[in-house]
Design a protein around this ligand. Structure first.
Ligand SMILES: CC(C)(COP(=O)(O)OP(=O)(O)OC[C@H]1O[C@@H](n2cnc3c(N)ncnc32)[C@H](O)[C@@H]1OP(=O)(O)O)[C@@H](O)C(=O)NCCC(=O)NCCS
Length: 168
């Protein structure tokens, strides 16, 4: 198994299609990433068409040539926040999960962040999800929780937990 991480500034139609499939798969598997199931493939692709922007660093993880994971770093643009960035949409295709890909993606993202002088990273994730275990295992610190943040597929309003990491 060969894993490759790429930073991309644009996406081909084939990459958009594959990323769309992956977004649908993680939403169907129950992840809270902004969409509710059932997620239409065309809506998922539309999302990826709008992702590449100057303030967003997009990383793709490929396993044996197939896109298997992705993550984004959104660079804060305010004059007093150029040391800060938000981690968004960390997704590993369900069939590749628990094989170390999330860890590799986050390590690559942190290296890129450091190069860009972004030394404070932050993110949030749904309370109770296994993603909390993932972020804690990668050295992230919990900052607090906001209740009733996002609707779940079952109709309830779930809390979100905020995390941060200071890069040395
Ligand atoms: C969260 C996510 C990105 C983790 O990616 P992954 O490639 O499966 O994670 P890794 O294999 O790199 O796991 C690294 C460590 O994180 C922890 N971890 C990961 N998944 C876990 C789980 N389901 N339960 C408990 N701990 C977990 C473990 O400590 C693991 O190390 P180990 O396998 O040696 O025990 C992935 O599950 C995912 O895409 N989930 C759906 C989308 C999502 O929720 N994204 C986050 C939104 S903010």
């Amino acid at each position: 198994m060969t894993t490759k991480i790429r930073v991309v500034t644009s996406l081909s139609d084939a990459e958009i299609q594959r990323l769309g499939e992956m977004l649908v798969a993680v939403v169907e598997a129950g992840a809270s990433v902004g969409y509710l199931p059932p997620l239409d493939a065309s809506v998922a692709q539309q999302y990826w068409r709008g992702v590449c922007k100057p303030e967003v660093l997009l990383l793709l993880a490929e396993v044996d040539g197939e896109i298997a994971g992705t993550v984004q770093l959104e660079l804060a643009t305010k004059a007093n926040a150029r040391h800060r960035a938000e981690v968004n949409r960390l997704l590993v295709d369900p069939k590749y999960q628990r094989q170390g890909l999330g860890r590799v993606l986050m390590e690559a993202l942190e290296s890129e962040a450091k190069v860009l002088g972004r030394t404070l990273l932050h993110l949030d994730t749904r309370e109770g999800d296994t993603s909390n275990d993932f972020y804690r295992s990668q050295g992230w610190t919990e900052a607090g929780m906001i209740p009733m943040w996002a609707r779940s597929s079952g109709g309830s309003l779930d809390g979100t937990v905020f995390y941060y990491k200071v890069l040395e």
